[in-house]
Design a protein around this ligand. Sequence first.
Ligand code: C2E
Ligand code: MG
Ligand code: MG
Length: 615
Amino acid sequence: MRDRGESPASTFATSGSLGALMRAIAGAFATVIGHERERSALRARLAKIASIVPVAIFEVRTTPDGQVTMPYSTPAISDIYGHTPEELAADVSLTASLSHPEDRPRVEAAMRESMQQMTPMHEEWRVRHPTKGEIWVEVSSTPEAQADGSVVWYGYFHDITARKRMEETLRERVVTQKKRERQIRFLAYHDALTRLPNRTLLLSRLRQAIAHTQRSNETLAVMFLDVDRFKTINDTLGHPAGDVLLQQVGRRLTETLRIGDTVARAGGDEFLVLVPGLHSPEEARPVAEHILATLSAPFSVAGQTLRVTGSVGLSVCPRDAVDVESLIKYADTALYLAKEQGRNTFRFFSPDLDAKVRARMHLENDLRTAVDHDQFLLHYQPQIDLATGRISGAEALIRWLHPQRGLLLPRAFIPVAEETGLILPIGEWALRAACLQARAWRDAGQPRLRISVNLSGRQLNGADIAGTVRRILAETDCDPRVLGVEITESAAMEDPREAITVIRALHDLGIEVTIDDFGTGYSSMAYLKRFALDRLKIDGTFVHGIPDDKDDVAIVQATIALARQFRLKVTAEGVETAAQRSFLEAHDCDAVQGFLVSPPLPAQDLRELLEAAIV
Ligand code: C2E
Ligand code: MG
Ligand code: MG
């Protein structure tokens, strides 16, 4: 309380604080006991001040028997409670009913404490203003004990909603900023899709693990895991489904391993796993087995049940290497081998493996160059129609003129081409080259020769091979009757339903469709009947044994009978001896192909052979 007689306005002006003003006004009231004239002048002045200050000043009384009243408040009180000073003077409980229920207990406790201790109270709370809605109010009051045992509080209410909102916005901004910083920090070391550690974090953990392994004489395993045929899943189900699968794989791997192990996403469908604390390299074996077993349980992706397998390559520290780069490179090399050896398996790195894989990688690189630089050529092996004894067709067999290694046969590169998908451009090249050759022979007035081109399994599945053949025939202005395709029995049986459609589409183009290497696959009669075929080609391995080997004789005879039954033509390949040819002739085989007649020849040589008509 201010001293009596001190001007409240001057106090306010000098102190500049709301508390000081409040005390000045309240103090001035206490002095209003003098002359009536002075009293009314002072009252007018006070009313003026009270009407312009942005706070509501009040006086609250509590009697010893617990009665609470608010005999005085300034008009600004209605900005706080929506009630006039008079209404509140009549019923102060209106204020309590408007205070926020969550804040009320705190406020009441503060008031009790203020009364017990006779100390000033300063609180902030929320009021539910009848028209403005929720507002924040700052309350400051000072209790004063009265002679009659009651307590009087002088104080003020101040609307601080704007400040509170500002504080809230700032707080939110700080929280958002911190969250963003955390996210940036997280993403620097984690993969956004799987939320697993990324390569950077893995490398740093690997560095630590190597140091620890060397100190403790333990073994550390580094595993590269690749989801088998992930590309097919991505291509058929779409990238979002592929992403979900990767997330699930990541989760499974994490659940499979121990706390101290690290699973990281190395990129694409590859994961890296660190398994420290092993006693020997062999101890990594069950871990790899466990990982593969965990992956083989079905996944549920986009409402579909997916079964996937994985391949794992392992390197171990210190046996294979004690540096980060080598351990990762060696695990990758071992992965390459695991993939090559049929997938769904794991392989350890070994130094001789390194050389093998390196050669294979070179081959893959060279093959890509070969595709870009047109390093392939076709040789043609004549086929003799046994009824006429004349050359009726030729099989186009691809060769690769390798710049350093010379002429390479298909077995040296076709498997790699199939695995890498390069067989698609290579296969298309072979088709076009064969059609161009057929055209050239036609233009040169040569007798009609049907050229058969081998198709790979990869070309049959989802690659619209019939569309490709149609386009190439049109582009090269080639008559479909001089083109044939050979599809191996095993390629056709990989997905027989798809093969039915593809073979039908090829057949409808007017080209001859042959099942190659017949007898080496496992075709079922039911499918064979439904394939729109023209010819069966008996595999050379059965021809080899005739006429002496009983089994081969039986197989060859049965195949010819089967072909007759299905009204198919039949060619025997790999015919090397006159005895074989005689047997086939005697058993109603339609055509033969093999070294007996001629090995595969360059186009020019085949032409000379045709002209010489030596067969
Ligand atoms: P294929 O289609 O069964 O071709 C017959 C293979 O037997 C050819 O081997 C041929 O040179 C060989 N051959 C021919 N006559 C005899 C014989 O009397 N005795 C023996 N032992 N072998 C004989 P090549 O040229 O090495 O081709 C191997 C395989 O590579 C082919 O088997 C075919 O599956 C594949 N191939 C060849 N060219 C292509 C192509 O353009 N695309 C695709 N996808 N595969 C091709
Ligand atoms: Mg063939
Ligand atoms: Mg064959």
